[in-house]
Design a protein. Sequence first.
Length: 255
Amino acid sequence: MEQSIEEEKKIYKYPTKSPISTSLFTTQKAALEFSLEKGNQPPSAVFAFEIDENGRRQFLFSTIEDFWRMYRRQDVKNFYEVIGLQSRAKLYLDLEFNKTLNPDKDGYLMLKSLIRILRKKLSDDHGVKIAEKDYLCLEASDAQKFSVHVVFDRVIFTSNIEAGRFVHEAMKGLSPQESDLFQVQGSTKSSKVIKSFCDMRVYNRNQNFRLFLASKYNQNRPLVLSRFEAPPQGEKVLDENGEDASEWKRMDGVS
């Protein structure tokens, strides 16, 4: 009986009639193996979605076009892109800290400073020059937490492991002043800790990276266009309700 109820929840939350180009899997390994067999023509990817509060996930392989057509109609969006180990990866960042524990920290100043440092390292070490606004900045901050994802659209590594190595080297080369700027206070169950606001745990093999407009399971903190970001001229960005969010609107609890 419990299993049938759980199945009803899945049917309610996720479409049962998927496009022909979409395949559902119970394990990430199976989805990635299927992805390798199918290739990337037309452009396709593996996505994950949470199915309970314990973090359990299912996985689907779909063309990008069909996934977006389905995704934008979803009432519940708790989806992630699976960045496979054998896939090329754009440079990305996961930046966060607890505002209550760090009342004097300015997340946007820290974000701007880190982007400047990474742009300089890309230019100095690799001869890659990117424009000051050549990235996408998505935000899920609220009154308690600063939370931003940054994706550099034109900076691509052979894998996300290599992308993480680049970020790690950049963080190791910080001046004392820069290092102090990026250090934040966190906490564990038993104590408080000092750590970087740049989460280095997100460069693992087959990393799941949360999508635009998605929230974590049973939460209402979707990743939307950040106040730090502006959409490309002439383009529209939709918020979690499908409304035009091309101009940033103040979110509850965000100053």
